[in-house]
Design a protein around this ligand. Structure first.
Ligand code: UFG
Length: 322
């Protein structure tokens, strides 16, 4: 299959591109490099530095069979402060991409949706049928795109799959010494920040809230290895018929607290980090864990890699970067 990967110079997009190439697919990456890195595009992928609103005149000539769509703004806090950037960038950008796909005869898409569509969940594990009440503009734009895909699939014979990720971590380490991992310029995620603190020997890490209604008082999240996540995308490319839109959670079905993540970082790295308790971060739900039965049924997918595996792979990469 010849696959267009939007946002293929970003964290998850680069891992999925590398795995697509490794399994014999052809990959065309478009990324405007607003947050991605050109050197994260895997060797063997065709790369165009373009935004998703720039594809109207060119997509038809690329011979694309399917699109995996990652390109998006993805900072939850920023989305609350500047919603226009998120509605124009994420929803406006996706509408332009879908227009380009329709006029070029490309009718298959796998979309990077998010657990942020559920917001403050009333039940855990969260099934795909749970109410969607996003607490940020980021989550609201991902939910809006899920609705667009449902409508477009029915009306325009699109085959669409929305994958709702829970907390993605880890890295892809390839045999040839190349690694693909998290390199956000603005880093807000727990695992990379904890590894950075470990790398700096006793570096500081904030714990945002220790008075949540969870077993140890810190937030519980469902962590999933980016390589398991990539595997789900590859599977999603061959499910569903024209007219179908499926929404599928990607998570492990169980959670770890912030303190458990920090303890695993200490064990895996053999380093200490100094931890400071801070007030809660606005908008953080206490617990977010995925129900993942649908992923097993629809995609034949279950995650294989543990939290320690994610942290170990991300640590190997963190250590190798000067
Ligand atoms: N946390 C800390 N200290 C830090 C960073 C994070 O204690 O320095 C805590 C957070 O408060 C949260 C947990 O670690 O309880 C995980 O935080 P992340 O920022 O790593 O991940 P989130 O759960 O906030 O975000 C993830 C995805 C988002 C998505 C969101 C949906 O990364 O894209 O889930 O809720 F929007």
């Amino acid at each position: 299959m010849r696959v267009l990967v939007t946002g293929g110079a970003g964290y998850i997009g680069s891992v999925v591109s590398a795995e697509l190439l490794a399994t014999g697919h052809e990959v065309v990456v478009v990324d405007d490099l607003s947050t991605g890195h050109a050197d994260a595009v895997p060797p063997g992928a065709e790369f165009h530095q373009l935004g998703i609103t720039d594809l109207g005149g060119v997509l038809g000539g690329w011979g694309i069979d399917a699109v995996v769509h990652f390109a998006a703004k993805s900072l939850v806090g920023e989305s609350v402060a500047d919603p226009a950037k998120y509605w124009h960038g994420n929803v406006g950008g996706t509408l332009a991409l879908l227009d380009a796909m329709r006029s070029s005869g490309v009718f298959r898409i796998v979309f990077s949706s998010s657990a942020a569509t559920y917001g403050d969940a009333t039940e855990n594990p969260i099934p795909e049928t749970a109410p969607t009440r996003p607490t940020s503009s980021y989550g609201a734009t991902k939910l809006a795109i899920d609705h667009v895909l449902s409508n477009y699939a029915k009306a325009y014979d699109l085959a669409a799959v929305s994958l709702r990720y829970f907390n993605v971590a880890g890295a892809l380490l390839t045999g040839d010494g190349i690694g693909y991992g998290e390199r956000h310029v603005v880093e807000t995620h727990l695992v990379p920040l904890a590894l950075r603190a470990a790398r700096d020997e006793g570096g500081n890490l904030s714990i945002y809230g220790s008075d949540y209604p969870t077993p140890d008082g810190t937030c519980v999240r469902d962590y999933i290895h980016v390589v398991d996540l990539a595997d789900a995308h590859l599977r999603a490319l061959s499910v569903g018929a024209p007219g179908d839109h499926q929404i599928v959670n990607l998570g492990s079905g169980s959670g770890n607290s912030v303190l458990e993540v920090i303890e695993t970082v200490r064990q895996v790295t053999g380093r200490d980090l100094s931890v400071r308790e801070q007030p809660r971060r606005t908008g953080d739900p206490a617990t977010l864990v995925a129900a993942n039965d649908l992923a097993a049924t629809v995609l034949g997918w279950r995650p294989k890699r543990t939290l320690a595996h994610m942290i170990s792979d991300a640590w190997m990469l963190e250590k190798s970067v000067p």
